[in-house]
Design a protein around this ligand. Sequence first.
Ligand SMILES: Cc1cc2nc3c(=O)[nH]c(=O)nc-3n(C[C@H](O)[C@H](O)[C@H](O)COP(=O)(O)OP(=O)(O)OC[C@H]3O[C@@H](n4cnc5c(N)ncnc54)[C@H](O)[C@@H]3O)c2cc1C
Ligand code: FES
Length: 252
Amino acid sequence: MKDLLATVKSNVSIAENIYAITLTLTGPLKNISGGQFVNLSVGEGAMLLRRPLGICKIDGNDLTLCYQVKGKGTKKLTEAKAGDKLKVLLPLGNGFDLNEFNNIAVIGGGVGIFPLIAAIRAYKDKNFYSYIGFRNKAAVCLLEEFEKSKLLTVTTDDGSYGDKGNAVSAYFSDKNRPEADVIIACGPPVMLKVLKEELEKRNFNTPCYVSLEERMGCGIGACLVCTCKKSDGDNARVCKDGPVFNIKNINL
Ligand SMILES: Cc1cc2nc3c(=O)[nH]c(=O)nc-3n(C[C@H](O)[C@H](O)[C@H](O)COP(=O)(O)OP(=O)(O)OC[C@H]3O[C@@H](n4cnc5c(N)ncnc54)[C@H](O)[C@@H]3O)c2cc1C
Ligand code: FES
């Protein structure tokens, strides 16, 4: 884990309320798994608390993070411009380990698609079957990153692009759904909750790993801001023990 001062290369809008920021690091980032994340300073002054963002793309020394404008921090980040310096702590968390799997179902919703893109990029020789959902057409972005999937289904809640519905319902209602060795998923809490319920209802024994989003402070396991409940009643820190968990082992 390193705390680096990165230089902003670009920071552009890629969909309604969604930006991609590319940071140039002082050296290449190696051995990164999709699901790992960074803790990024969003500018000088009052915004001391860093914001966790999933690693989306790495090209040489360039690291791209994609973010939805939610509150003060991400709003401030939209003001960053080429040449600005931002502090970035990385890589954090565990990420998706797909080494033992070949056929991978990918279920992503909204900003949850960004860490899944890094997972697809990290494993060039695997077969991916992707089901990704957005709120509406204006929120659709980065479809090109899913094109290497053997199958790609895009949904929107209102049907303004792709199929009407969401990524979880698209997955379970797909009559031609290929057999997967593993499911990986990331999306809003309600999406992951429904995914867990559907898997349990159908007695699915395909392993399923999900990347969680929780409010965070330190990002390194020290402050306990990001605690979530495990199925056995114990607590887990999303930043340090996750953010990727076997869906069976956590309460959603
Ligand atoms: C491991 C991890 C990876 C993430 N990756 C991405 C990503 O790739 N792209 C992206 O757009 N967002 C991602 N998030 C969510 C992102 O961190 C929050 O949206 C961001 O910190 C909000 O900061 P803010 O100052 O703009 O909002 P605040 O003013 O702090 O809060 C505004 C709203 O956002 C909600 N919020 C704050 N923190 C989080 C959080 N951690 N998760 C979900 N909702 C939150 C608050 O409840 C509130 O409703 C990730 C979160 C985690 C924990
Ligand atoms: S954010 Fe501090 S322990 Fe997880």
